[in-house]
Design a protein around this ligand. Structure first.
Ligand SMILES: Nc1ncnc2c1ncn2[C@@H]1O[C@H](COP(=O)(O)OP(=O)(O)OP(=O)(O)O)[C@@H](O)[C@H]1O
Length: 374
């Protein structure tokens, strides 16, 4: 459907990104991610034909996109950019109706069919209730929906969106991102979108292009490209680590408090405790965790010390002894309401040992304030 071949994009003599090769079919979402100023918008504007390529070609259905007549292109491709638009005293309906321009007569008259498409486009983004409302009285999220409805009213096959979630709160970010997935699936659109929320991008994209230092540093299935080394490098991360299992970042442990906390947890019950302690700059040791435990993945991304056991193996005596040594050197022991089975029952013994050693012991189940000022 859409293909960029050896494309270089930029302004005047300034080449922002070069050597871009991308391909996207109908029903697919391509997410472009990268740090500020990497050239995501420049690439989108070039695909949208607002900018001429410095080099290379963009094809739409095998035709050079920059050679297409604007009216013909508008029937194939719709574009939603980031800029806050101010269309004056227009209703939602009037704004969505702009999307029908490639199809209307010289006077811009709307037929009954045009009106149906306008309403249907608003319905597709759950914005029918906004058709009568003044555009300038809408919230950012509502405006964004209307702008997407306007794009849909063009009945395009390709939809290009530049940071469509940038002014939205968490709820609307999620809603809009899911809407893009729905449009790809149900309207069979090819969607190219820039997003800053990598955790959402990972979950909806079919393909991902990571842009940095004037290049596409990784391109392909998100599940293939979103690897720790690649994502850490993309954002020059020093104080956090990307985790493939979590699909997001964890803060790296960087203790400054003069207290060592031994955490006994498992099965994800330690997630909040670990995050609280690392955020508050305590030294943390955690164990004994199996290498396939949810808490293991969090602790590993944080870089805290882990007493670890192989997956599906009973905790060994050696590991128990190692944990006990760490426990003896700790100031406080925190344990959670973790599930216990044959594999990890020695963790109960660790708690017993902590009692014998008269350690300060804190039990966490739901309320993190038990750790306040630990
Ligand atoms: N009209 C312009 N003329 C010249 N240079 C520009 C122009 N617009 C952007 N640039 C430069 O091109 C580079 C890429 O900008 P671009 O907006 O494409 O980045 P981006 O990845 O979309 O960033 P962000 O995440 O901040 O939106 C930046 O160095 C920017 O300063």
């Amino acid at each position: 459907m859409l293909k960029a071949e050896n494309l270089s994009v930029g302004y005047g003599n300034y080449v922002v990104v070069e050597g871009i090769n991308l391909e996207i079919n109908r029903g697919e979402i391509l997410c472009i991610i990268g740090p500020n100023g990497a050239g995501k918008s420049t690439l989108l504007k070039t695909i949208a034909t607002y900018l001429k390529p410095k080099k290379g070609v963009v094809y739409l259905n095998g035709k050079k996109i920059h050679d297409l007549k604007p009216k013909d292109l508008a029937k194939e491709m719709a574009v939603v950019l980031t800029e806050r638009v101010n269309p004056g005293n227009m209703t939602g309906f009037d704004v969505v109706a702009i999307g029908r321009h490639p199809y209307t007569d010289l006077f811009g008259r709307l037929t009954e069919r045009d009106k149906e498409i306008i309403i249907e486009s608003a319905r597709a983004v759950n914005a029918e209730y906004l058709l009568e409302k003044n555009f300038f009285e809408m919230s950012d999220g509502e405006r964004q929906k209307i702008m997407i409805a306007r794009a849909l009213a063009q009945e395009p096959k390709v939809l290009i969106l530049d940071e469509p979630t940038s002014f939205l709160d968490a709820k609307h970010k999620i809603e809009l991102t899911l809407l893009l997935r729905k449009l790809a699936d149900e309207k069979n659109l090819a969607i190219v979108v820039t997003l800053h929320d990598i955790e959402l991008a990972l979950r909806i994209a079919d393909k991902m292009a990571l842009i940095k230092n004037h290049k596409v540093i990784a391109y392909g299935y998100p599940e293939n490209v979103m690897k720790r080394e690649i994502v850490n490098e993309l954002y020059d991360l020093k104080n956090a680590n990307y985790s493939e299992v979590i699909g997001y970042f964890e803060l790296k442990s960087n203790p400054i408090k003069n207290k060592k906390i031994f955490v006994i947890c498992g099965g994800g019950t330690g997630a909040n405790v670990l995050r609280y302690l690392v955020k508050n700059r305590y030294e943390v040791v955690v164990g004994i965790l199996h290498k396939n435990d949810a808490d293991y993945f969090i602790a590993e991304a944080m870089g805290v010390k882990i007493i670890e056991e192989e997956a599906y193996n009973k905790i060994s005596k050696e590991k128990f002894e190692e944990a006990l040594k760490e426990l003896k050197n700790s100031d406080v022991v925190v344990y959670t309401d973790f599930p216990i089975g044959e594999m990890n029952e020695l963790n109960l013994k660790l708690i017993e040992e902590a009692k014998n050693l008269k350690k300060r012991i804190i039990f966490y189940r739901e309320d993190i304030s038990v750790l306040k000022g630990v």
